[in-house]
Design a protein around this ligand. Structure first.
Ligand code: NAD
Ligand code: MG
Length: 396
């Protein structure tokens, strides 16, 4: 391995992407931003290219990529601009890359993240949707290629830190009783139930503790984020659904815990700042300065815990049931959720339509234990089509 590691940041203009570049820029002697990618925000990508001078930049549309190419030529930049899924895959599996930060939001992250896995990279996994969609396929690909999978989602990063090093031998064999997956409960933890239907996108995106992209912020407000994380935890740690317990912890200081058979509970704590798990992933097994403020427990003063209320947050139940029902149920859950969150953000659906439509489509879709990528992509497409029909019905 070269002394300076090349990092591809998939989704570099997003919330996780920006935090990743912040950590990387604190350690120029160790890490280089090799490839940066964005969906449509070519202005932000242009600024990042000027600052980090990566070997590659990728935009979704070829026309936008061409415009960026022309603009960069004027600055004397030698960054090569690629486009589309093929461009994302090329920078994810490029032989010169050691680590890939998977920080695209949603199903769009699946193919490039899997490409990085198959190429045997170290994967810093923020894009939980890719694992939710492809569970077994994803984990088998990690095993086969020898890729190193480091969870960046703060809860899973915490769990990883609290697990015994050889947890892959089996949780029971290593004395792990269960995983305690914490969640803040989001902005509507105490909102009266009769007000849920009227909440606005801005209210849903105003998370009490974390500053994140809009999709995951809405997921936190419905607690679908915890549902997706429940599925993510089952796959990452080979845990049965009854080995993962969701615990509401409003302060977001404990990021999750592991309970052992001897009664010990190990927790990982810190300020709610994604630069901690990102630095952990980049530096593992070492530790890196991340720029995160040290935790002041006296200032925190109090840590609270509650059981989650599934009547208030049906998405939690739907996710658990989907995990138990087989792979395509998780694909459908994720796809309909993406469509409905987008519709909610556009003002075309109510907040309460999100779980309602997910449940309806789950009941209508045939469920199989999908193990190949084509079955997964077809189920994703069909679920999106059915979800769109429901939005169409509501608008009229
Ligand atoms: P974001 O919306 O801020 O950023 C998403 C990034 O993906 C952007 O760079 C965007 O340009 C790119 N992108 C979006 N759609 C794309 C497409 N179709 N094709 C190619 N690129 C596309 O999202 P975020 O909050 O940074 O979250 C990214 C991922 O990390 C999500 O899967 C989220 O669940 C996960 N995550 C985020 C946080 C957080 O604190 N933000 C915490 C844990 C996990
Ligand atoms: Mg999380």
């Amino acid at each position: 391995m070269s002394p300076v590691q090349n990092i591809t940041v998939l989704g570099s203009t997003g919330s996780i992407g920006l935090s990743t570049l912040d950590v990387i820029s604190r350690h120029p002697e160790r890490y280089r931003a090799f490839a940066l990618t964005a969906n449509r925000n070519s202005e932000a990508l242009f600024q990042q290219v000027v600052k980090f001078r990566p070997r590659f930049a990728v935009l979704r549309e070829e026309s936008a990529a061409e415009a960026l190419r022309n603009r960069l030529r004027g600055t004397g930049s030698d960054t090569e601009v690629l486009a589309g899924t093929a461009g994302l895959i090329a920078v994810a599996e490029h032989p010169a890359v050691q680590q890939v930060m998977a920080a695209i939001v949603g199903a769009a992250g699946l193919l490039p993240t899997l490409a990085a896995v198959k190429a045997g990279k170290r994967i810093l996994l923020a894009n939980k949707e890719s694992l939710v969609m492809s569970g077994q396929l994803f984990m088998s690909a990690v095993q086969e290629s020898g890729a190193q999978l480091l969870p960046i989602d703060s809860e899973h990063n915490a769990i990883f830190q609290c697990m015994p090093a050889d947890f892959s031998a089996g949780l029971q064999r290593r004395g792990v009783e269960r995983i305690l997956l914490t969640g803040s409960g989001g902005p509507f933890r105490t909102l009266p139930l009769d007000q849920f239907a009227g909440v606005t996108p801005d209210q849903a995106c105003a998370h009490p503790n974390w500053d994140m992209g809009r999709k995951i912020s809405v997921d936190s407000a419905t607690m679908m984020n915890k549902g997706l994380e429940f599925i993510e935890a089952c796959w990452l740690f080979s845990a049965a659904t009854d080995q993962v317990q969701v615990v509401v912890h409003p302060q977001s200081v404990i990021h999750s815990m592991v309970q052992y058979v001897d009664g010990s509970v190990l927790a990982q704590m810190g300020n709610p700042d994604m630069r901690t798990p990102i630095a952990y992933g980049l530096g593992w097994p070492g530790r890196l300065v991340s720029g995160v403020e040290p935790l002041d427990l006296v200032k925190v003063a109090q840590l609270d815990f509650q059981a989650p209320d599934e009547s208030r947050f049906p998405c939690l139940r739907l996710a658990r049931e989907a995990m138990e029902a087989g792979q395509t149920a998780s694909v459908v859950l994720n796809a309909v959720n993406e469509v409905m969150v987008d519709a909610f953000l556009q003002g075309a659906a109510r907040f309460t339509d999100i779980p309602a439509v997910i449940e309806t489509v789950l009941e209508r879709c045939p469920l199989v234990d999908a193990v190949d990528i084509d079955t997964i992509l077809r189920a994703d497409e069909e679920a999106r089509r059915l979800a769109q029909e429901h939005i169409g019905v509501r608008k009229t």
